[in-house]
Design a protein around this ligand. Structure first.
Ligand code: CP
Length: 307
């Protein structure tokens, strides 16, 4: 299987075999991800272009590259770059392509990563494009589900902001390839976009919707909580109507399956009470760590290095 020099833009571009290949590569790299250094990517430079805030995506890519012996170039804040002088994304990508071997881009505009790929001389990895997609988050989510639960015959509830939450758009596409039974739980104004639900049905996914989290709590293998994406609301009063719509506390855990796991792409704000952190169900911090082996796997694959 070859991904050499391929852009990573959306989970819609992946087959199940390709995803499984990446997950298997991550298994091989997990011990190294926990500590140590190799020279697998020595001489390679990864450029990080983050036009929106990030902790996990930015720093786990950086960790991945450093553990593999490569180097990282960081655009830094927009204010410290020529973006504030009005330089277009296309020109920035053309230039950074000549400084680096791959580029991770996070940008507020949906479709920006795909547009960047048209101008890039090196692979573009989408680190989140507005309310669009976040494929590397999905790969680490799948890795978490595979390690901490099971991907076959999965019952999953995806909860919260399904309109603006890019992580859940990517995750739903990928889970459809695994035949998951997906329950979408959201307030009416934050439902999964019709276009995505239509795509999922065309792919043969089993998808249902509800506003009532209590309906599904006792029957799922995975409870995937998400933050309401405050920064994407055109009108702050609309955000105030839905903030805190769903919150998991220790009391909710009384009737769940013994092996049910709780995931969250993080950062969390109100969605999971800290009293849940020490429960046997919490997996969101393991999940954020798995971003390192997954991104190590992805970098070796797009840069054409065997492991
Ligand atoms: N999950 C995620 O994308 O986190 P960051 O916004 O911190 O990168």
């Amino acid at each position: 299987m070859t991904f050499d020099r391929r852009h990573i833009l959306s989970m819609k571009d992946f087959t199940r075999n390709e995803i499984d290949f990446i997950l298997e590569r991550a298994v091989k790299l997990e011990t190294l991800a926990k500590g140590g250094r190799s020279d697998l990517l020595a001489g390679n430079i990864l450029a990080l272009l983050f036009y929106e805030p990030s902790t996990r995506t930015r720093m786990s890519f950086e960790t991945a590259m450093l553990r593999l012996g490569g180097s990282v170039l960081n655009l830094g804040s927009k204010e410290a770059s020529s973006v504030v002088k009005g330089e277009t994304l296309a020109d920035t990508i053309r230039v950074i392509s000549t400084y680096s071997d791959a580029i991770v881009l996070r940008h507020p505009s949906e479709g920006s990563a795909r547009m960047a790929a048209e101008y890039a001389l090196v692979p573009i990895i989408n680190g989140g494009d507005g309310a669009g997609h976040h494929p590397t988050q999905t790969l680490l989510d799948l890795y978490t589900i595979k390690k901490e639960s099971h991907l076959d015959n999965l019952d999953i509830a995806i909860v919260g902001d399904l309109k603006y939450g890019r992580t859940v758009h990517s995750l739903a596409y990928a889970l459809s390839l695994y035949g998951a039974n997906i329950t979408l739980v959201s307030p009416p104004q934050l439902k999964m976009p019709d276009q995505i639900k239509g795509d999922l049905k065309t792919m043969g996914a089993r998808v249902s919707e509800t506003e009532n989290l209590d309906e599904v709590l006792d029957s799922v293998d995975v409870l995937y909580m998400t933050r309401i994406q405050k920064e994407r609301f055109p009108d702050p009063t609309e955000y105030n109507k839905v903030v805190g719509a769903y919150k998991i506390t220790g009391e909710h855990l009384d009737n769940v399956r013994e092996d049910m796991i709780i995931m969250h792409p993080l950062p969390r704000v109100y969605e999971i009470d800290s009293s849940v952190d020490d429960s046997a169900h919490a997996r969101y911090f393991e999940q954020s760590f798995y971003g390192v082996p997954i991104r190590m796997a992805l970098l070796t694959i797009v840069l054409g290095v065997e492991v």
